[in-house]
Every structure is written in C-alpha cells, then in structure tokens.
Ligand binder design. Structure first.
Ligand code: ZN
Length: 64
C-alpha cells in the first residue's frame, strides 16, 4: 500500500472446510483489504469462526 513492508494478515475460517474470510492490512498506514470468501492455504494459521476477538484487527481503511 504505502510501500512499507508491514502487511499483516488474519484469516478467520471454518475449522473443517477452511473456508472463510481474510483481513489484510498495513500496520503503518492502516489501509487494507477485506476478502469475503477465501480458502486458507495449507500450513497457514487461522482463527476459527466464533473465536476472533475485538481488537485483533485494527480499524483500517479499506482500499481496492
Ligand atoms: Zn502502508
């Protein structure tokens, strides 16, 4: 986004199907994207539905 290398990712997904959504944002300028339907890649950690907590993701500005 801003050229800094501070991209953060958070997957929230169904523990069985591993389908869910992704928040990706920059920790410097707090701009990011929300992807509403993704499959979590093998080996990538994710938060099961219902276990995500307030404050996990900053209130970033969505860009396309
Ligand atoms: Zn940035």
């Amino acid at each position: 986004m801003c050229g800094k290398d501070n991209l953060r990712l958070r997957y929230v997904a169904d523990p069985v199907s591993r389908v869910g959504y992704l928040d990706a944002w920059c920790d410097d300028c707090f701009r990011g994207v929300h992807v509403s339907r993704v499959s979590v890649p093998d080996g990538v950690r994710f938060t099961p539905f219902g276990e995500c907590e307030e404050g996990d993701v900053p209130n970033y500005t969505t860009v396309n």
